[in-house]
Design a protein around this ligand. Structure first.
Ligand code: NAD
Length: 561
């Protein structure tokens, strides 16, 4: 066997790699989208006010989009504005089993061509969508998120604009960089990895509370060559459909992502019952994810490939305060984390542990700040800190927790907690003190503006660390507030498994794409870290190709002669 001349060998092994490196570094230079301030007189404020005006009293008609067509079924539903439930913001319809099956067939028919497209071409579509969101559609997507999901200006901006744009841009960059990750080639062979989409269709099931998450759950698998059925949450259809339209306008071909609002169990049962089901990209509550996982297990013998299951679920997130903490940081961080978006962030702080020595000071400051929080209509009053909770079901659930606090001898309400659903689903920010660190209010996710404080003896910090770690089944986010570096080190060690996103002297919310990739383990989910470079690996099934450029020669080994 003749060795290849060095130049030819180098050319055979390298040129496409160099090209990809060049291409990815040349094309994808991204940074986090700047967060706009919406100050009085700013153009972004004027544009947003115009977009909010345009939505006043309007009901947008939103079809299912299946097989490249807009489809209406007789099962018509309405999305209501949380802070004014007399306003139907969207009229949409539920896909039934037959329509979902039709969507599966259309997805499978589109799969091959889409999967064979170069990653760079698919990435361009997400980059274009990000530009459309950043520019011409920014005000519209913000207004729809505010009116439909009850967000304030800043909460809509960090979600529907900044985070979604970041997801699209960074995933495009991560995908291009991933493609340039190639195995060693040793003469006379060249080795390469092809990042294929999964064989089948992916179901993306999204929650109400982040417009960005919906776009990412559908967008990231599509970027990696998958075909996706996207089932939005009933209470986020308006903004999610806007994202879907933007993806299509950016060049996403029909049937790569189909928009399929449906009743949860009907959608879940139908997709997990298909032999072509190959992935679930879910964000939502633990019971829903467990139900879907069990259905997958029951159907396992039917599938052509082992499905990938990604689920980012709830949290019972903590702020742990040490006596060396900076009190002002604790108070402002906790007010923001516990009450922004009415506590309806998976990362919201809902249990606060304070040493008895600091409690009088922290309590006084917390109550003072609590008195300044304005709850109201965020579209009409930009001074609103948070608005109504998402719907009647949430309102009822949160009210029950507040009633539990009223009736339990271990719990006392220190401030707030009034509930009024006459116009919207309003719940006052509520601060509760618990004498029992094991009360269910310290363990279970409430998903509302309710903060429970447990005051621990200052001398029992080590015991409290273990208490924080073991109280709840969740492990999503948490924060320690301490100036003492040894305490920070100890807390970081003991709480290693208590939070997938751990903060030191900062609040437990506000992760930023590419800066703090997000997710937790334990009951909080599969911790696949959307917003980080590894996330897209979940949505690809790599194929390795070895090509040999010289004749294979004799089958006998030389030592045998
Ligand atoms: P949810 O579980 O009620 O709904 C999530 C989605 O699942 C919705 O689209 C819903 O219609 C759908 N669904 C319900 N039953 C289904 C079934 N049987 N089969 C298929 N789909 C079904 O959650 P939610 O109220 O929309 O969202 C809030 C939850 O999401 C909270 O627990 C929150 O902590 C969690 N969350 C987690 C993260 C994270 O990154 N970890 C982010 C946002 C929200």
């Amino acid at each position: 066997m003749l060795p290849l001349p060095p130049l030819r060998r180098a050319l055979l092994c390298q040129p496409w790699r160099t090209w990809l490196r060049w291409k990815s570094s040349a094309v994808v230079q991204v940074a986090n989208e700047p967060i706009l301030e919406f100050k009085q007189g700013s153009p972004e404020r004027a544009a947003l006010q115009q977009a909010l005006n345009d939505l006043k009293g309007k009901t947008e008609e939103i079809p299912c989009v299946v097989g490249g067509e807009e489809v209406w079924t007789p099962d018509v539903r309405y999305q209501l504005s949380p802070f004014n439930h007399g306003h139907k913001v969207a009229k949409y319809c539920y896909a039934d089993k037959d329509l979902i099956n039709k969507a599966i067939q259309a997805a499978l028919a589109a799969r091959k061509e889409w999967d064979l497209k170069p990653i760079a071409d698919r990435a361009q579509i997400l980059l274009k969508a990000a530009d459309l969101l950043s520019g011409p559609y920014r005000a519209e997507i913000l207004a729809k998120t505010m009116v439909g999901q009850g967000k304030t200006v800043i909460q809509a901006e960090i979600d529907a604009a900044a985070e979604l744009i970041d997801f699209f841009r960074f995933n495009a960059k991560f995908a291009m960089e991933l493609e340039s990750e190639q195995p060693l080639s040793v003469p006379p062979s060249t080795n390469s990895v092809v990042y294929r989409g999964l064989e089948g269709f992916v179901a993306a099931v999204s929650p109400f509370n982040f417009t960005a998450i919906g776009g990412n759950l559908a967008g990231a698998p599509a970027l990696m060559g998958n075909v996706v059925l996207w089932k939005p949450s009933d209470t986020a259809v308006l903004a999610n459909y806007c994202v879907y339209r933007i993806l299509r306008e950016a060049g996403l071909p029909p049937n790569v992502v189909q928009f399929v609002p449906a009743e949860g169990p009907v959608f879940g049962d139908t997709v997990t019952g298909s032999e072509h089901f190959c992935g679930l990209n879910f964000t939502g509550s633990v019971p829903t994810f467990k139900r879907l996982w069990k259905q997958v297990a029951e159907n396992l013998d039917r599938y052509r490939t082992f499905p990938r299951l990604a689920g980012e679920c709830g949290g019972k997130n903590f702020h742990l305060v040490h006596r060396s903490a900076d009190v002002a940081s604790v108070v402002s961080g906790t007010v923001r984390s516990a009450f922004e978006y009415g506590g309806q962030k998976c990362s919201a702080c809902s249990r606060l542990y304070v040493p008895d020595s600091l409690w009088p000071q922290i309590k006084a400051r917390l109550l003072e700040e609590h008195g300044k929080i304005k709850v109201g209509n965020p579209a009409e009053d930009f001074g609103t800190f948070f608005s109504a909770v998402i719907d009647a079901t949430s309102f009822g659930r949160i009210k029950k927790w507040i009633e539990h606090a009223k009736s339990s001898p271990n719990l006392s309400i220190l401030a707030g907690g009034k509930c009024d659903d006459s116009v919207g689903y309003y719940v006052e920010p509520c601060i509760i003190e618990s004498k029992d660190p094991q009360d269910s209010i310290m363990k279970e996710e409430i998903f509302g503006p309710v903060l429970t404080v447990y005051v621990y003896p200052e001398s029992k910090f080590q015991e409290t660390l273990r208490l924080v770690d073991s109280t709840t089944a969740y492990g999503l986010t948490g924060a320690v507030f301490a100036q003492d570096k040894n305490v920070v080190r100890e807390a970081t060690e003991v709480l290693r498994n208590a939070a997938g996103n751990f903060y030191i002297n900062d609040k437990s919310t506000g992760s930023v794409v590419a800066q703090q990739p997000f997710g937790g383990a334990r009951a909080s989910g599969t911790n696949d870290k959307p917003g980080g470079p590894h996330y897209i690996l979940r949505w690809t099934s790599p194929q390795v190709i070895k090509e040999t450029h010289a004749p294979l020669g004799d089958w006998k080994y030389s030592y045998m002669q």
